[in-house]
Design a protein around this ligand. Sequence first.
Ligand SMILES: Cc1cc2nc3c(=O)[nH]c(=O)nc-3n(C[C@H](O)[C@H](O)[C@H](O)COP(=O)(O)OP(=O)(O)OC[C@H]3O[C@@H](n4cnc5c(N)ncnc54)[C@H](O)[C@@H]3O)c2cc1C
Length: 269
Amino acid sequence: MKELNWYYPETLADTAKLVQQKNVFPHGGGTGLLLRKLSAVDGLIELSQLPLQRIKITGDFIEIGGICTYGDVISELMKTDPEHILVKCLHHSANTPLRNRITIGGSIAMFPPWSDLMGALIALDAEVKLLGKNSGDFPISEYIKDKNLHSESLITSVKIQNLPWRSAHYREIRTKSDMPIFNHTVLLKTADGRIDDSRLITVGTASKFTRLSEVEEYLMNRRIETINPSEIEKRVRLKFSGSRIDDPEYVNLKAGIELGRLIQKALRS
Ligand SMILES: Cc1cc2nc3c(=O)[nH]c(=O)nc-3n(C[C@H](O)[C@H](O)[C@H](O)COP(=O)(O)OP(=O)(O)OC[C@H]3O[C@@H](n4cnc5c(N)ncnc54)[C@H](O)[C@@H]3O)c2cc1C
């Protein structure tokens, strides 16, 4: 069996060099690496000694260090904003021991189709801070699209604007401990009884995630009491595929029904 080298850097400068070595990869919570064949991996960089476990909250933005776990994010945001979308989307994710291992950086880099994190980060127009071959700040949409940004680069933090959205999150699961088949994130702004802005993201579709632009258009400037769930369902045309989807049409139908309910829930939030 091939020997795997472990590195335990204590500074970002050392990590920036390590991450640019051939076949050497960051290790966050290790929960995704567990599922992967490691035959092409020569070394792993254990990140837990780096100063990247801080969550900075100001009036304007929230910056989450790359090695913060789902659990860290929930407990920190609960103190200041228990209704924050990141609390809602992460607190039912996986289970308690896993939430205490899964890191924000590892989850952004891996972006599994069941990710409870990525819908919210996409909806919030998050910015990812990288170190290594690609140093700097990048919109999360660009990081998802451009695989070159993943290479030889460490996610040191993710930054979102601290804005007061009405929000809700839904996970389509068969059992309580299941990874979601799909999940919806809803962000809404209202003014004078109307919808002023909306961000609707479904994760788990054939293209990994989909922005529900047709529903966003339907909601724009609409009086809240005139929002009709059946009009929302009609506008949800999501493509699902893969071994976890038995019947794509049924899943799309369910996604439409749940989105209608979720928008009502967000409006009550
Ligand atoms: C049984 C089980 C159930 C799960 N259920 C859910 C669920 O319901 N919802 C959910 O959202 N997630 C769930 N997860 C977690 C998800 O599947 C991934 O395993 C997790 O998001 C990966 O995060 P990590 O910190 O463990 O990353 P790791 O496993 O450490 O790394 C994953 C990948 O990211 C890279 N990486 C790690 N850290 C960084 C970094 N800082 N910068 C750049 N690259 C990095 C690694 O090199 C690797 O390629 C579940 C996991 C398991 C095992």
